[in-house]
Design a protein around this ligand. Sequence first.
Ligand code: PLP
Length: 421
Amino acid sequence: MSINIWHPFTQHGLGEPIPEIARAEGAALYKADGTRIIDAISSWWVQTHGHCHPKIVSAIQEQSAKLDQMIFAGWTHEPARELAAGLSDFLPESLDHIFFSDSGSTAVEVALKMALGYWHNRGDARQKILVMEHSYHGDTIGAMSVGARGVFNQAYAPLLFDVGTIAFPDAGSEQKMLDQLEAYCRNKDHPPAALIVEPLILGAGGMKVYSPEILKQMAAICRAYDVLFIADEVMTGWGRTGTVFACEQAGIEPDILCMAKGLTGGVIPLAVTAATDALYQAHFSKDRAQMFFHSSSFTANPIACAAANANLQIWRDEPVQGRIDDIIASHQNFTQRLMHKENVSGLRQCGTILAFEIDDNAGDYMSELGPQLLGFFRDYNILLRPLGNTVYIMPPYCIGREDMESIYTVVEEAIDHFHSN
Ligand code: PLP
């Protein structure tokens, strides 16, 4: 019997090639024959400092020889304690409790359960979760429920719970969205439990950008009506939008903040859901029935925590912010080059993320242009994975000027190629 691998978000029926990678270093992946591929999307937005950063690699090596894995219910270990202490340099002061899990989706599940547990334990029947149109929060059932509905999840619709959806604040319709949010929050018969948002930029929903000012106003409305504000910083966290966390740019402190991907520099899975003392106190009791009922076998895996501690050390020791600023400036220059392309629209930048649409007729995720672009970039040894006709560039921060220029050149070639074809 031969067992075949079933890849994520892959339609095997199309017979697309699935290249094999043998090793990685910095901003590049290498095939066994030595072919070098520039990782222009940080391997699905996880890599921040680059592949196989020596400090993270050696932290993993050392920790795995010392304490590999242990139960975290009722027990603890040094790498987890060190990480909690270290995160206090990066998180707002009000987020003084952290709960570990393994992925962005589970960080979101934990956030939703914390929010509902908070209201339940306080004897308030608030259950409704508010979400933003076009959001993506992961592929587990709860995370899918608070994400956009569509072709991705229509088969699983019976499993998904109902939410209240506010519009995306497109230019000119910001006030409409804020009014909609306020109307939901003001509803005395069914007051919402929480609002969950991707701050400043909606990732998988099409790299849609909105301003820090709008984010700030959303948080203020939630605060005014006692609705918990959950920031899903799984993609935006760890420098992606130009600051360590996107919420910083709006000057807001959410009640709950989810992080994953870049927490370990993108090397090994680990997630954290950070919460305020109020969330923690709502579960703190002599009554065991009020505890936070959530765990997974690998909660706070010591090796993953050691990798995260190495990530924090890199942020302290290396010029990470300078590298981020270089990418931001480089994207700004490239934007000037793209402005004159006839078939390019929606040019936008949020920190290290640059995105735009290549005009076609379908104009959504199922656009045929998506797989065609993917193939085009693959032929040029650039790892870019457009969302339909939306092309975005999100490189690891260690990327050099030459690699950036190679990405830009191939992107320009793709734009011209698909204009004439
Ligand atoms: N939340 C956001 C904003 C994301 O972008 C993602 C993944 O891309 C997730 C949650 C889910 O993270 P994971 O794929 O680690 O489960």
